[in-house]
Write a protein that binds this ligand. Structure first.
Ligand code: GLN
Length: 476
């Protein structure tokens, strides 16, 4: 019997949805609201209605499983704010494809989770509704931008939650909070109903307490969607069986992800995980991804460029908040609405994005960044073509940092994604799983796979999960 059970299978198997709904409501009420600030909307009545719906429905793979949804994924029965004042009071007339699929599979939507405004950030301090607290140390951040979803799973409020990734926003908070975070291949899961940030990067992604749980949700979410032309028509990844050995697999260790100044605790926890991979029979091989150092600067040209275009739609005429502005007229409406609605980090992204797309600078920044993006993707292709099956790296350069530590220095905040955003630029699947603790704080390790090889990657994670105790202190 595996040490790491599936919580989702337990819920799905035995408990009545009404009982689960009541328990989740109690946990949300008691634990969550004041302490974590991880939700933006939930109610016992809403949970009760979800339970009724599930009870009336024929059983599915996620029957009665409560799931929290990052509040940049639209739902018809609760507001969707993206943690921004500009969407105050906005309720979507349709469900995101991911939400519709979860509901069809029997899941109950338990709460809308707090996030960095429009998913821009690495700490969930950029929410217009206040920061999310780390469940194990309230002075610290849970990571971001999907910090609310990560905290709810880590605090045992729900077994699984949806987040979104543009550059690492599920893997990074998963690592900080000591849970599993899975980012699928770009195009695997429909983006329809995920509020657009960087459309060529955005992926709905999953938090679970175990790999098995996240895999069950991924298989429900996956598949082509006529409403998202970037989805790919291929069979959903199955929930793999736990492989008894990793013999025959080669796992690459990219030297750029183990720099000399890596936090000693992060290094120690992940070196222990690497020893466990070897003990399971995997061959380990050093590899090089030489363009890694360009990933953060490339990401911070492409993502803001796409964000500036996508966010042009919030003009006071179509969505959410409307501030008429002095003297009337269209320009005054735009100015007043956007001025009142967007927080500082979102404004910074719009300014950067508009600048890199402007006539005189387009080639120097945007075109250049697109070229470097290809080089970054080719680094991964070359590594996988050389006989490496998966890559293993730390997920983040440090454990969870303190609130306020990086808010005055945007570049320091951006560097929190240094190990995650190259994968996003390449569109590859990757995941973070807990590998140890440093002074009580969780540390994560990252597995990276070739496109559409999620199933094998999840299998490696399951084997590793069984072989190490992620609550054990890693001693440098
Ligand atoms: N932290 C990165 C950013 O601020 C990534 C965000 C994300 O993945 N949504 O853009």
């Amino acid at each position: 019997m595996s040490r790491v059970a599936s919580i989702v299978a337990d819920v799905n198997g035995g408990v009545s949805p009404q009982t689960t709904a009541r328990e989740v409501a109690q946990r949300l009420a008691a634990d969550e609201t004041e302490r974590l600030n991880a939700t933006l909307a939930w109610s016992p009545e809403w949970l009760g209605r979800e339970a009724e719906r599930v009870e009336a429905q024929s059983p599915g793979p996620l029957s009665g499983v409560p799931i929290a949804i990052k509040d940049n994924i639209v739902t018809t029965e609760q507001p969707t704010t993206c943690a921004s004042r500009i969407l105050d009071g906005y309720v979507s007339p349709f469900d995101a494809t991911a939400v519709a699929r979860l509901r069809n599979a029997g899941a109950m939507i338990a709460a809308k989770a707090n996030l960095d405004e429009f998913a821009m950030g690495s700490s969930t301090e950029h929410s217009a509704y206040g920061r999310v607290h780390h469940p194990m140390d309230s002075e610290r951040v849970p990571g971001g931008s999907s910090g609310g979803s990560a905290a709810l799973v880590a605090a045992d409020v729900v077994p699984v939650a949806l987040g979104s990734e543009t550059g690492g926003s599920v893997r990074q908070p998963a690592s900080f909070c000591g849970v599993v975070g899975v980012k699928p291949t770009y195009g695997r899961v429909s983006r329809y109903g995920l509020v657009a940030f960087g459309s060529s990067l955005d992926c709905i992604s999953i938090f679970g307490r175990t790999t098995d749980d996240a895999a069950r949700v991924l298989s429900v979410l996956s598949g082509v969607d006529p409403l998202d032309a970037t989805t790919v028509d291929c069979a959903p990844p199955d929930v793999p069986a736990r492989p008894p050995t990793l013999r025959g697999l080669t796992i690459g260790l990219p030297e750029e992800y183990f720099p000399d100044d890596l936090d000693p605790g992060v290094r120690a926890a992940n070196e222990r995980a690497i020893r466990a991979l070897r003990d399971l029979g995997a061959e380990l091989r050093p590899v090089s991804l030489p363009h890694t150092r360009f990933a953060v600067p490339t990401y911070y040209v492409i993502a803001p460029a796409e964000a500036a275009s996508n966010l042009a739609r919030y003009d006071g005429a179509r969505y959410g908040r409307r501030v008429p502005g002095e003297g009337g007229g269209l320009r005054a409406l735009y100015r007043a609405t956007r001025g009142a609605g967007f927080g500082p980090e979102v404004r910074r992204r719009i300014l950067i994005g508009t600048y890199v797309l402007s006539a005189g600078y387009y080639d120097a920044y945007y075109t250049k960044a697109q070229r470097v993006r290809v080089l970054i993707a080719e680094d991964f292709q070359r590594a996988f073509a050389s006989g490496v099956d998966y890559l293993f790296t730390p997920t983040t350069p440090t454990p969870a940092f303190k609130a306020g530590e990086k808010t005055q220095d945007p570049v320091a905040m951006y560097l929190a994604d240094i190990f995650t955003c190259a994968v996003s630029l390449a569109g590859l699947p990757a995941m973070s799983l807990p590998t140890g603790r440093v002074e009580g704080l969780p540390v994560g390790g990252q597995l990276i796979a070739p496109a559409f090889e999620e199933s094998g990657m999840l299998g490696v994670a399951m084997a590793l999960e069984d072989a190490i105790d992620p609550t054990e202190e890693a001693r440098p």
